[in-house]
Design a protein around this ligand. Sequence first.
Ligand SMILES: NC(=O)C1=CN([C@@H]2O[C@H](COP(=O)(O)OP(=O)(O)OC[C@H]3O[C@@H](n4cnc5c(N)ncnc54)[C@H](OP(=O)(O)O)[C@@H]3O)[C@@H](O)[C@H]2O)C=CC1
Ligand SMILES: Cc1cn([C@H]2C[C@H](O)[C@@H](COP(=O)(O)OP(=O)(O)O[C@H]3O[C@@H](C)C(=O)[C@@H](O)[C@H]3O)O2)c(=O)[nH]c1=O
Length: 305
Amino acid sequence: MVVLVSGARGQLGQALQFISGNYPEVNFVFCDSSQLDITNFEQCEAVFNTYKPNFCINAAAYTAVDKAESEPDKAFDINTNGAQNLAEVCKAHQTVLIHVSTDFVFDAYYANGIAYYDREKRLPLKSTFGLLETDVPFPSGVYGLTKLQGEQAIQSTWNKHFIVRTSWVYSEFANNFMKTMLRLAADRDSLSVVADQIGTPTYAIELAKVLMTIVMAQSTDMNNDTKYGIYNFSNEGQCSWYEFAAAIFELSNIKIDLQPIPSSAYPTPAKRPAYSVLDKTKIKDNFGVEVQDWKQSLANCLAKL
Ligand SMILES: NC(=O)C1=CN([C@@H]2O[C@H](COP(=O)(O)OP(=O)(O)OC[C@H]3O[C@@H](n4cnc5c(N)ncnc54)[C@H](OP(=O)(O)O)[C@@H]3O)[C@@H](O)[C@H]2O)C=CC1
Ligand SMILES: Cc1cn([C@H]2C[C@H](O)[C@@H](COP(=O)(O)OP(=O)(O)O[C@H]3O[C@@H](C)C(=O)[C@@H](O)[C@H]3O)O2)c(=O)[nH]c1=O
């Protein structure tokens, strides 16, 4: 069985490379952006013609949330056109596409036990706790919008897909919030971090394992069309970015003056969701996935540094 991974040099791509030895029956083909530029349809076709993958995991994306506000065309080209290209070549080759998306397709707001999408209009979501795959997406920035459009491009092109929405991904690989906090703490005595954006950190290694759980389950029954669709996956529990930072410092024994601040005190080009906790019932029920508490996973990751 051949599993092609695009975006192999990124955080998730490196996590997939790290766990690939656990799957001796799988022939992995890891392509970085120079070997497979997902915005280049001809290159996608050529790579698929060479390797004839049974599964394609798309770990390639434009992930610079703030920069996307001033580079919307580039973000759209990678996150939407790139997803569309992969869906088309997957369809031509009958390859199952595993695509990764984001909690930032939502801009939810949680108040008094009710989650709303569109925090200004206060339109209620179906969820009572955690955003469901069936909740109405409502991105607040270019990154989230282009990721949502990428999901939609896949849905309208090729039915044999799994779209896995995840959140706040960190790891020992590439760039992420955990590494930013550790870097800043090395230079500063104090830090201020927003405390009014609530979500769930996700360890990239665990995300990579879950993607492979889906691959392995589907590979045993390739004619089963019942499980395709959107799934949520993050670690268990919830926190603010401030609480995430506090846990990073506590578990690393770093003493720093860490201050909770409102988002208004940390202006950024892109607006981020106030609430983006993902409900994971569907992935647990369909694939028997067991989800670890975010703080335990963070401790496991920090222990590797
Ligand atoms: N990071 C996070 O917190 C979260 C990420 N996600 C999603 O998870 C997935 C993986 O993210 P993550 O690994 O963290 O992201 P990274 O930014 O670490 O990696 C993305 C990779 O995509 C590659 N890439 C960019 N453009 C292209 C292109 N045109 N063709 C091929 N490859 C390209 C980059 O290559 P190069 O290095 O050469 O530029 C980079 O290696 C993405 O879909 C992202 O949207 C979802 C929720 C949270
Ligand atoms: C560095 C820093 C950030 N912040 C805030 C800004 C922001 O609201 C929040 C997170 O910061 P970052 O910009 O590092 O994280 P950000 O790039 O917004 O992370 C997002 O990335 C994309 C790819 C996703 O899909 C999301 O799930 C999410 O992980 O913390 C502070 O308050 N203080 C700080 O010193």
